[in-house]
Write a new protein. Structure first.
Length: 352
């Protein structure tokens, strides 16, 4: 017959804080009902021929029932828990008659009507041997369990822990997958982003530009394309250093984000060159956006080193991206218009 303890003094030693930490790691407390656990309590009650069966976990100040049959409550205070005694034992715990046991004779669960007269609990032990709770069966009359019933109760308790371990592994895998997906998204973002400005880099912008051209070929409205170059940027780098040059680049990117729409795509083309795709936008509307950019740059200076105020201007070449204008042709045209803006005195927008 399976050995069991029903007498005081058979206590086991473990760290309560370690036990509670392991219990918390399963993330099982206060979770919704689960048919996998409910089926085990049904089977335990059937095999042991008891009206009550419970899967419970002993928390710091309470015992919480993951599944229960015949009891009608979800938790009880730990200080009246019979199961709190079980986790101090090292084997199956059986109380044939609670009225004859000095530990439980005054327990509210025993003195209630109808009283709980019989208790048998199998430990739910973690793989490292810490007791988390019990699978227990109870009856309103004194009784015993047969050897086969004791084996069945212990086997079902082991099955509960296997389920818990599987659930924890699945949760860890789900968390790992989520972390990997986040890392993948970050890598994709980093691969497509200019590190200084947070704008699209040249490669990513060209991919987005190709997508827009394909959409236009399938009937989407033409878009506008701007190629922009910061005026006299080399002078800023030479006179104030590359740190000041970086601040100018960052400032310009920030102003662009304020001027252009959320649907517009802004990229750093390279060095002090920038490019903007304005989907579904005519050249006339794009010119108005370019004018707002010129105005906002004129109104916002860059404070550098607390003493120097830098104003920046930009030259812009603007053209339409349409079904009749191939992508490479549009980029070549925007570049020609940009150099015309430079030749005409800078700080201006030139269109066809």
């Amino acid at each position: 017959m399976t050995s069991y303890s029903s007498q005081p003094g058979d206590a086991r030693a473990y760290s309560e804080e370690a036990r509670l930490s392991v219990l918390a790691s399963y993330d099982i407390l206060d979770t919704p009902p689960d048919s996998a656990f409910d089926e085990i309590t049904e089977l335990a009650a059937l095999l042991c021929d008891t009206p009550i069966a419970v899967i419970n976990f002993v928390d710091r100040d309470r015992q919480w029932f993951k599944s229960e049959k015949g009891l009608g409550i979800k938790e009880t205070p730990r200080d009246i828990s019979i199961c709190a005694h079980v986790i101090l034992q090292s084997e199956l715990f059986i109380v044939p008659d609670t009225h004859q046991d000095p530990r439980f004779v005054c327990n509210p669960l025993v003195t209630q009507d109808p009283p709980l007269r019989f208790y048998a609990g199998a430990l739910l032990n973690s793989p490292d041997g810490l007791p988390l709770g019990t699978l227990c069966v109870l009856d309103h009359r004194p009784r015993e369990l047969t050897e086969k019933q004791q084996v069945a109760l212990t086997t079902l308790a082991n099955q509960i822990m296997k389920n818990l371990e599987l659930m924890r592994i699945q949760q860890e895998q789900a968390s790992l997958i989520q972390q990997l997906q986040f890392a993948q998204q970050e890598l994709i973002h980093l691969a497509a982003t200019d590190p200084l400005t947070g704008l699209y880099n040249r490669r990513a912008f060209k991919e987005r530009l190709s997508q827009e051209q394909s959409l236009i070929q399938r009937g989407r409205a033409p878009a506008a394309l701007m190629l922009m170059d910061l005026d006299n940027f080399k002078v800023i780098n030479d006179d104030f250093g590359h740190e000041a040059g970086d601040k100018v680049i960052e400032h310009f990117a920030s102003v662009c984000k304020k001027v252009f729409r959320q649907a517009d795509v802004i990229g750093r083309w390279g060095g002090e060159e920038f490019v903007v795709l304005l989907p579904g936008t005519t050249e006339t509307d794009a010119c108005q956006a370019a004018q707002r950019l010129h105005q906002l740059l004129a109104q916002n200076q860059i404070e550098y080193d607390g003493n120097t105020a830098l104003f920046i201007t930009v030259s812009i070449g603007l053209c339409s991206l349409s079904k009749d204008c191939p992508l490479e042709e549009a980029l070549r045209l925007a570049d020609e218009l940009l150099y015309q803006a430079k030749d005409q005195g800078r700080n201006r927008t030139v269109t066809r």
